[in-house]
Design a protein around this ligand. Structure first.
Ligand code: 0A1
Ligand code: ZN
Length: 882
């Protein structure tokens, strides 16, 4: 931990490296007390002047240093907390450096550390500097050869990137392996794993005829949980060939699962390391959502082999270059594997509830940030998810074919290079002939634009006019914004379906087979679009497919929303109209409750939801999505700064749920029973859809009448899979006043205590329960033998679950929820700064909550005053208090 105030890094200060490292040879001697690493760096000065070499390094003990095999004089170098500075190096030389590290004591899970008895690494973004002195920046790419010595009994499996060169036995029951990766790579893609692991093996023949050995390594307890990820990997490999023309480039591809991991997974070249929660699956322990997540993350990491590894980032400001593009790629893959509309709805709900909040908060930053204190704080929804939306808009503007040409050009032009978002845009422009000049503002301007639409209809002239304007709220450091380029996909709905859309003065477009859909380009503050030949007053269907990451303002009346919901040609708009209708009704109920009146839930909403349930021709997955009311976090965010009343939001939303349950009770019962099945469990679309709708029916039934909780108890007893079991348990636990939930929760723990991933779900469920005892229960569970502050998955489940998914208890009026979170963050600040900083997110939203602002700020202030704040926590806390 550094005690000086952490400094800020600026994009505009970027300078190319003064030295290159053509080859990197690493020799690890892994031990129980410490690890000795000898590195040989083949250096080449890249600038004419004799500048000193400044290598990054943190928490390293330097044992020996020599240049071209001559030990260096102490006067020739300096060591600081963050650097090793070496003066007067020849233009070309080999630097040998011997260091000692203590992976056993590394609780930050960055660099080389131990997870159970296994050694593993996490180097992105700047973890390699905790392994050895190096130019730990993504634009320094080197060919790595790695030698690992370790005890043969404890660590029979020794892995690194690339191909295995040799394996030999050494004295004292030790052994040695050597790996060589022919592809030059930055240090953040280096990986090493050593442990007593088992693996499953499969193979894949690439389109070009290369046979690739695929392996998934796990601790022996998990060997039965690898098959699904292996299948997902093969599907990803095939899809990337077919859709993006990308083939795998080595003879081996390994995945390793570890229980202690800060993020979801990491795309190290040919040696992906996964958080076990994102790769291990078995029907007994994994929910449908879990399976879908695993498939998406396996694909995401695999796709990085091209979008990230073969072509990487010049500096960390360009992070979205690899992350935004790869999230777009994995979303397209998931859409092709399942339902495109359902995938889109899931992604948009997440974006709107979480990324929009980030954009409206103190940490708001552009997709390509301009400065940071700690880069780990910028692995954000903005860089990942909004970044993917920006790539999606390019896809919309160019069309699928030209987008693919742009992608091909980008990969061929920059293969083996470390490049910028600008290079990506240039390739897209060069391949398509499209000018993306103004579009670039999406990379530079933070905040969520607001698109405001008004309309008028002239019956006589049969014209329909849309007046569209855009604005974007100020964000930290950016008071004024220039207009964005916003693709607005739209249609018009008439009595008998979607109408043709033809702009006045425009020739009909014979190239398109669908004349009821088009994309308007909004690129000024204010624009008008006149449609002609419109024979009736239409309802506008706007932002189809969520064609841009904006907030849409249009004054829909409820009848229009019901029409769109039931009849529009765009699945996303059908869902979104239901959400808007629900939002309006929940707000109305909030107003009634705050005036002390009885709630009167608009029958238009209950009727529309009932009809959805009655229509068995609809996709059950889509019906389940449409029945899901906007979440409490999203409702708070929609209320605006200083206006969110958590308790009122919770009561109003529950009241609306109850009204829907009561109105639709009969059809809910019929569908609940009708959707039951005794088929063997499989994580396939049709079954997942059925379970999703059935469990949503159960949820509504329990809200309508506590007598239906008996159904949940029966389901819990008879469920043959984790999706149905957890849904039933949640239904009981979320009705704590009416249901017996303590015994079922205790029984569940007894049944599953041997499965860590299930225990984590059990912790999370209890953290999210809205009953009044939640906070004390969470404090109690922090003392449970299965809780461990050093394990990020446990912390995320219990503490993250409480702060992020239990609004009424986290925002308790006495401030005890905030105190609990800040207490944990204070402890984690020294144990694992990355996790500490991520947990801060709910406190950064303090401006939104009426009556809570001082309490929330108070906890941030308390954290700000702690001695030895990590840069991670320091940055979020200080920016939140500004
Ligand atoms: N590149 C990985 C995510 C990742 C980022 C940082 C990490 O440690 C600080 C770990 C993983 C991905 O996008 O999957
Ligand atoms: Zn990624």
């Amino acid at each position: 931990m550094r005690d000086a105030t952490p400094g800020t890094v600026f994009l505009e200060d970027y300078q190319a490296p003064s030295y290159l490292i053509n080859r990197t040879e690493l020799h690890f001697e892994l031990g129980e007390e410490d690890t000795i690493l000898t590195s040989r760096l083949y250096l080449l000065r890249a600038v004419p002047d004799d500048v000193p070499l400044q290598l990054h390094g943190q928490e390293l003990e330097l044992l020996q240093l020599s240049v071209d095999n001559e030990p260096l004089d102490a006067a020739a170098y300096q060591v600081t907390d963050d650097y090793l500075l070496i003066h007067k190096l020849p233009e070309q030389c080999v630097l040998t450096c011997k260091t000692r590290i203590k992976p056993q004591d590394n609780s930050s899970l960055e660099g080389l550390y131990k997870s159970h008895s296994m050694f593993c690494t996490q180097c992105e973004a700047e973890g390699f500097r905790k392994i050895t002195y190096y130019l730990d920046r993504p634009d320094v790419m080197s060919v790595f050869t790695v030698t690992i010595d370790a005890d043969a009994g404890r660590y029979p499996v020794l892995l690194s990137n690339g191909n295995l060169l040799e394996a030999t036995a050494l004295d004292n029951n030790r052994h040695r392996v050597q790996w060589h990766d022919p592809f030059p790579k930055p240090s953040y893609l280096f990986a090493l794993v050593a442990g007593d692991l088992q693996h499953i093996e499969d193979s894949f023949r690439t389109a070009g005829g290369r046979d690739v050995t695929l392996r998934i390594y796990v601790e022996p307890k998990d060997i039965g949980k690898c098959d699904y990820a292996m299948d997902a990997l093969k599907r990803s490999m095939r899809w990337d060939e077919e859709v993006f023309g990308r083939e795998y480039d080595l003879d081996i591809f390994n995945i390793v699962a570890v229980d202690d991991f800060n993020m979801g997974a990491m795309e190290n070249k040919s040696l992906n390391i996964f958080n076990s929660s994102c790769v291990l699956a078995h029907p007994d322990i994994t929910t449908d959502a879990g399976y879908q997540r695993i498939e998406a993350i396996v694909a995401h990491e695999y796709f990085h082999n091209w979008s990230g590894n073969r072509v990487t980032c010049r500096d960390w400001f360009q992070l979205s270059l690899k992350e935004g593009f790869t999230v777009f790629r994995d979303a397209e893959f998931s859409s092709d594997m399942g339902s495109r509309t359902v995938k889109r709805v899931e992604d948009v709900s997440m974006l709107r509830s979480a990324q929009f909040a980030e954009d409206a908060g103190p940490m708001a930053h552009p997709v390509r940030p301009e400065s940071y204190i700690e880069i780990n704080n910028f692995y954000t929804l903005t860089v990942y998810e909004k970044g993917a939306e920006v790539v999606r808009m390019i896809h919309t503007l160019l069309g699928a074919e030209k987008f693919r040409a742009g992608s091909d050009l980008y990969f061929s032009r920059h293969d083996g290079q470390a490049v910028t978002c600008e290079d990506f845009l240039l390739a897209m422009e060069d391949a398509s002939g499209m000018d993306l000049g103004q579009f670039r503002r999406w990379y530079a301007q933070a905040g969520t634009p607001v698109l405001s639409v008004a309309d008028s209809y002239d019956a006589e002239a049969q014209t329909y006019t849309l007046e569209v304007s855009q604005r974007c709220p100020a964000t930290p450091g950016q008071a004024e914004k220039q207009p964005f380029v916003i693709p607005l996909a739209m249609g018009l709905l008439g009595d008998a379906g979607n109408l043709p859309v033809k702009l006045a003065g425009e020739e009909p477009d014979h190239d398109t087979d669908d004349n009821t859909h088009r994309v308007l380009i909004i690129d000024r503050e204010q624009q008008q679009f006149v449609f002609e030949g419109v024979q009736e007053h239409p309802v506008p269907s706007l932002l189809r497919g969520f064609s841009a990451p904006v907030r849409l303002e249009y004054n829909y009346d409820r009848d229009a929303l019901c029409q769109l919901m039931s009849r529009d040609g765009d699945g996303f708009v059908r869902w979104d109209s239901g959400q808007t209708l629900a939002l309006q009704v929940i707000s109305e109920v909030q107003a009634q409750l705050s005036r002390g009146e009885a709630a009167a839930v608009d029958p238009l909403l209950t009727g529309a939801f009932t009809r959805l349930l009655e229509d068995e021709s609809l996709d059950p997955a889509m019906v389940a999505e449409m029945l899901a009311l906007p979440g409490e976090g999203y409702l708070a965010e929609q209320a605006g700064e200083g206006a969110a009343d958590v308790d009122l939001i919770h009561r109003a939303r529950q009241r609306v749920k109850q009204a829907i349950g009561e109105a639709a009770e009969q059809v809910l019962l019929a569908r609940y029973h009708g959707l039951a099945s005794d088929e063997a469990y499989q994580p396939v679309g049709e079954q997942i859809a059925r379970r999703a709708l059935r469990n949503s029916c159960l949820d509504y039934l329990a809200c309508a009448n506590p007598a239906h909780l008996a159904l949940a108890s029966e389901q819990l007893a008879s469920a043959g899979n984790m999706t149905d079991r957890l849904a039933a348990l949640k239904t009981l636990a979320f009705h704590a006043e009416e249901a017996d939930w303590t015994q079922p929760l205790a029984d569940f723990y007894q049944d599953w205590r041997h499965e860590t991933l299930v225990v984590n779900q059990w912790l999370q469920l209890q953290a999210a329960m809205p009953d009044a005892g939640a906070l004390e229960r969470v404090r109690g569970l922090m003392e449970h033998p299965d809780f461990d502050l050093r394990n990020p998955n446990k912390v995320r489940s219990l503490v993250g679950g409480f702060a992020g998914q239990n609004p009424v208890n986290f925002h308790r009026a006495d401030g005890a929820g905030y105190r609990l979170l800040a207490d944990v963050i204070a402890q984690l600040n020294s144990i694992n700064p990355q996790i500490a900083s991520r947990l801060l997110a709910p406190l950064t939203r303090w401006r939104f909550y009426v009556g809570r602002q001082e309490l929330m700020r108070g906890e941030l202030q308390r954290l700000a005053e702690l001695p030895e704040l990590s840069p991670d926590v320091y940055e979020v806390v200080t920016k939140s208090l500004q």
